[in-house]
Design a protein. Structure first.
Lengths: 313, 310
């Protein structure tokens, strides 16, 4: 066997700086990037997201595309079925349904998103305070929330709309949103409070507190960022509920003030002409409502799974 | 346990009182005169008599006390628009119809929903799972009024035996019950699927299997019984949602239920009827939620223990 002779120049000095050994070569994946990565794998949720983005864009540009506006009445073109000129047909008053449906989508989405955001705002503040406050304050606040929440949602919504709308002329968007948020914030507050109570006990909150942070600081810097996930899921699932409630209100004659359409009022108008065989007038807004609800629901479910991989089955 | 029930009962009373108060003051804050109509002017002396009849000439606080007293005797007063019926009579006429529809819908949802969810869980990621999840995703996405009008268009119009609307025979109830049941059915199926999957991974299921019991017995006696608990806890909210759905469904199918009265009263601005029906609904719903809570406690011994331990 041949003997290998090791000479000094065959060796290289190892770098003295051992800090580099600990260095992570690849960039770290941030929390939200990781969520997004997992969400992208969920086909159904992505379908929902794409539908929602398309609907959002179309609700902005759609009403202008057909060349007819949403309020102009043309009595020579009443109840026209979908054709080349009127893509979704016209209604009883000869108004172009294509622009009405997209405008209705815009209003329905606006109502849903606004209601969800207000619920979010009130819920985070109320739940945050209840969670950070002393036991007694917390108990009182939660009792109040409990009473508010056991008031049946739809009854309050109807009541508020009745009081703040003038008979026969519909409800303003402001009143609709008010009606939906007046008891709608409670689930969010409960969620936030539960999370806060849990996270308050965590080591990093304790560390922050021992370094002299105020409870407001801990809430802002540690607790709220960590509760954002479940909150986001809740917001996503609140939007379809608000859209659904608005549609139900429209069916009771408490929908948006005409001539402004919402998907609910359009479906309600469509119901009136269904017996005379004009099914397309209820079909189109119904499909739109269902698609929006479907998209938000699958997106919400997808987000929940993406935020918490343990839940995925 | 008695303490817990007592506490929940007090809460329910407080809530009902809160609703009565809110409803009263909201309805009395409506601007304008409840008797005024666009078409005709009411002479002053008649107006005075009307105000007297409904006690509107008295101060608000006195009216409020009167209203509370009347409600305590379950007297909801007289309708402002109908001369023939009091609010009580209308509730007595409409509620049984709505209750019939609601009970039927809940039963459909309670039987089919958990079954669908259980099947999905047992065949996880196989065809039955996908089919039942598609059904349930459609169920939660399609609002009941859409479901109702679709059922009329595609089923009632083609099947002679099933009427488009109306009320009276059993066949009148089938389509509206299904339209109403779809949403809770789908929610139950989704909930059942996830809780069933969780239960199936538990140790006691393994124990039961290893004891050599048949698969059916394991599923029925051990898995389903435990997995169904979350659904019971959801029943209260579901009933409340059903009421909201019934407003619409009764209108679409022309069913003379309480929901229809409510919708018409809202449309006519019949304030006493709106108040009466709102308070009545609230009472019914809150009683239901209370019963569901108590039932849940009786079913699930774990809750009973923790509640007592507190």
């Amino acid at each position: 066997m041949e003997q290998v002779t090791y000479t000094k120049d065959m060796f290289k000095k190892a770098p003295k700086d051992s800090r580099n050994a600990e260095q992570i070569k690849r960039p770290t994946i941030k929390y939200w990037a990781d969520v997004w990565r997992r969400l992208k794998l969920n086909k159904l949720a992505m379908v929902g997201l794409i539908i929602l983005i398309l609907m959002g864009i179309m609700s902005l540009i759609g009403p202008g595309l057909s060349g007819h506006n949403y309020y102009e009445q043309d009595y020579s073109q009443v109840n026209v079925r979908p054709n080349n000129e009127f893509w979704f047909g016209t209604d009883e008053l000869g108004r172009d349904l294509f622009s009405r449906v997209w405008l209705g989508t815009r209003y329905s989405l606006l109502i849903g998103i606004a209601a969800a955001l207000i619920d979010f705002g009130i819920g985070v503040i109320y739940g945050g305070i209840a969670g950070m406050a002393s036991r007694k304050v917390d108990a009182v606040m939660m009792r109040i929330a409990e009473v508010v929440y056991s008031i049946p949602y739809m009854l309050v919504v109807v009541l508020i709309s009745v009081v703040f709308s003038t008979a026969g002329s519909g409800t303003s968007m402001f009143v609709l949103i008010l009606a939906m948020t007046i008891t709608g914030w409670v689930p969010m507050a409960n969620l936030v409070r539960g999370q806060v109570l849990q996270l308050k006990e965590s080591e990093y909150s304790l560390a922050s507190e021992s370094l002299g942070a105020t409870s407001g600081w801990i809430l802002k810097k540690h607790i709220i960022p960590n509760t954002l996930g479940p909150i986001l899921v809740n917001v996503t699932l609140t939007i379809p509920r608000a859209i659904f409630s608005e549609a139900t209100l429209s069916f009771m004659g408490l929908g948006l003030q005409p001539p402004s359409p919402s998907l609910g009022t359009l479906a309600n108008d469509g119901l009136a002409v269904m017996p005379i065989g004009l099914f397309y007038q209820i079909l189109i807004p119904s499909i739109f409502i269902s698609l929006i609800m479907f998209s938000f629901n699958v997106l919400g479910d997808g987000l929940r799974d993406a935020l918490d991989p343990r839940l995925r089955k | 346990m008695t303490k817990y029930i007592l506490k929940r009962f007090t809460m329910a009373i407080v809530t009902i009182w809160a609703i009565i108060t809110i409803t009263f003051f909201l309805m009395h804050s409506v601007p304008g005169n409840p008797f005024a109509t666009e078409s005709r002017k009411i002479p002053e002396n008649i107006m005075e008599n009307l105000m007297k009849k409904y006690g509107l000439d008295k101060p608000k606080s006195e009216q409020y006390m009167m209203y509370l007293k009347n409600i305590a005797r379950f007297d909801f007063g007289e309708s402002m628009k109908s001369n023939t019926e009091t609010v009580n009579e209308m509730i007595a006429r409409g509620f049984p119809v709505s209750a019939h529809l609601g009970v039927q819908a809940i039963l459909i949802a309670l039987i089919l929903g958990p079954a669908l969810g259980a099947i999905a869980a047992l065949y996880q990621n196989k065809t039955p799972d996908y089919i039942s999840m598609i059904i349930s995703i459609i169920g939660v996405s399609v609002p009941s009024f859409v479901m109702g009008s679709f059922l009329i268009q595609f089923v009632a119009r083609n099947v002679d035996w099933l009427p488009i609307g109306g009320w009276g025979e059993f066949r009148h109830t089938i389509l509206p019950s299904f339209a109403l049941a779809m949403m809770p059915l789908a929610q139950f199926a989704r909930l059942m699927r996830s809780s069933m999957l969780e239960v199936l991974n538990q140790d006691y299921i393994k124990t039961a299997k290893s004891k050599g019991i048949t698969r059916t017995a394991v599923i029925m006696k051990h898995a389903v019984r435990n997995a169904i608990l979350p659904i019971v806890s959801m029943l209260g909210t579901t009933i409340s949602n059903l009421v909201a759905g019934s407003f619409v469904i009764e209108k679409i199918f022309g069913i003379p239920g309480l929901g229809m009265f409510f919708t018409t009263s809202v449309f006519n601005r019949d304030y006493t009827l709106i108040m009466g029906v709102t308070v009545f609904y609230a009472m019914v719903l809150i009683t239901m939620m209370l019963l569901v809570d108590i039932a849940y406690m009786l079913i699930d011994p774990r809750i009973r223990l923790t509640k007592e331990g507190r």
